[in-house]
Design a protein around this ligand. Sequence first.
Ligand code: FES
Length: 143
Amino acid sequence: MAIEYNEKVLDHFFNPRNVGVIEDADGIGRLGDASCGDVFVMYIKVRGGRLVDIKYQVQGCGAAIATCSALSEIAKGKTLQEAWRLTDDDIAAELGGLPLEKLHCSNLAATVLHRAILDYAENRRGDRHDWQRLYQQQMTNSE
Ligand code: FES
């Protein structure tokens, strides 16, 4: 059976925002999902504790592309703490909903952003331990 996407998801799929690479990224998140074979890479640029730029490369399904695109729009300009709190539910809501079988794609998009933030923390601030604790708390709360 064909998967039905709403207009907003289709718009992000056909016109993905912020695709690309940040050559001098402050943090890079990488994620491959063994169950579907999709691969995500997300790049962030941080200034004054804010995400001033975000780009991504994704090789995956339509929902993977749309969720990365929507996430890049809602995350840009946010503080690291605000971006850290973004969840798959926020992405799905931004897109006006996703088919049930595609909710895991938004989860992967949120996860790859969190990995980019962790990478930033490790590379630039040396407080990876605190971010990992927050990440684990967040995962526990969403279960
Ligand atoms: Fe793998 Fe959508 S099916 S991310």
